[in-house]
Design a protein around this ligand. Structure first.
Ligand code: TXA
Ligand code: MG
Length: 319
């Protein structure tokens, strides 16, 4: 039977015997297994229905552990880690042999971060292995930002869901890789790129296309609700012209009233981007559960975390 709990010992015991648990982080919930246990790694791919060529992301308790699993760490990576860990920054670095090709999907690099959530940090400090934890959703679907979202996705296959409440950031980590020692943005995330550039200077933006992705998770279609989702400019016009449909509206601020819409989620009444980010996946989960014909939304101003939300929206509607 699945247990939603705040008891980290239950989670630790499961991890130690090679089982999977869901863990809270400040970004989204992760589907966690012992990264040194091949059986646990296989279960993650199976449960998530994740393609084998898409590598897993590792979570460690502190910067000090980084040397045990990676090598040739560029100076700028160290600088970023020192400033932003624990936090929503993932670094892609050369892996040591201790980490298997299952984790890296055959690549010579691994993605790694120190999450900033008290329960999960306590858990990581109580074990002597890194954990692999991609977002706790079936491949392609909306990331989970609460224990209930995870439990709705995985009725079986997951003994323990560690309940750490709502994720405080609500968007996945920003991913930075390196070409020689030059930083490259692999995924927009919960830290705006400008904050990282204030620390290490210019970062090359090379968000992936589908043909030869450096970060295989950047295949276009991703983060999608089951309900059809469309991006349009004029939400109220659409609602007015489609009165016969059950429409869900996802809007950034409370600038319009959609009395004809079946359901309306506002990301932040005052237009606060951090609040909008925190509510984003939750609002999508909520609309997706309402049996609607369609969800309509519009892009946010393309600055700061607006870039990350827009990136997710564009992938969520991609075919
Ligand atoms: O905030 C987060 O990063 C959350 C929480 C749970 O930590 N995790 C997460 O995991 O978003 P996932 O698997 O959904 O996204 C990790 C991304 C994937 O797109 C994957 O392709 C990429 O990291 N990745 C993993 N290893 C990589 C590598 N060696 N090189 C490039 N990209 C890599
Ligand atoms: Mg994911």
């Amino acid at each position: 039977m699945q247990r939603i709990t705040t008891d980290i010992n239950l989670a630790i015991n499961s991890l130690k015997i090679g089982k999977l648990v869901a863990i809270p982080t400040e970004t989204v919930y992760g589907l966690a297994g012992d990264a040194l246990n091949e059986k646990a790694l296989e279960q993650i791919f199976t449960l998530k229905k994740r393609p084998k060529h898409n590598p897993l992301i590792l979570h460690i308790s502190s910067y000090e552990k980084l040397q045990e699993i990676t090598k040739n760490i560029p100076f700028k990576a160290k600088k970023l880690a020192k400033k932003f860990w624990p936090g929503p920054l993932t670094l892609v670095l050369e892996k040591k042999n201790e980490i298997s090709n299952t984790v890296s999907a055959g690549k010579s690099t691994i993605a790694v971060r120190v999450p900033n959530h008290p329960l999960t940090l306590k858990l990581l400090n109580s074990i002597d292995f890194p954990i692999a934890a991609p977002s706790a959703n079936p491949s392609g679907f909306i990331s989970p930002t609460s224990a209930t979202h995870v439990s709705n996705f995985f009725k079986d296959g997951l003994d323990v869901i560690l309940n750490g409440g709502l994720c405080s950031k609500g968007l996945e980590s920003t991913i930075i890789g390196f070409d020689d020692d030059n930083p490259i943005l692999y995924r927009h995330g919960a830290i705006p790129i400008s904050d990282l550039e204030d620390c290490i200077g210019t970062i090359r933006k090379k968000i992936k296309n589908d043909l030869n992705p450096n970060s295989p998770g950047m295949f276009s279609r991703h983060y999608s609700p089951r309900t059809p989702l469309i991006l349009i400019n004029n939400l109220s016009k659409y609602v007015y012209e489609n009165k016969h449909k059950k429409i869900g509206v996802l809007s950034f601020e409370k600038n319009e009233v959609f009395t004809l819409a079946t359901k309306h989620e506002i990301l932040s009444i005052n237009g606060d981007i951090d609040e909008a980010a925190k509510n984003f996946y939750s609002a999508l989960h909520s609309l997706d559960s309402k049996n609607l014909d369609i969800i309509i939304t519009t892009l946010l101003p393309e600055k700061g975390l607006g870039k990350t939300i827009n990136d997710r929206l564009k992938r969520a509607v991609a075919n």
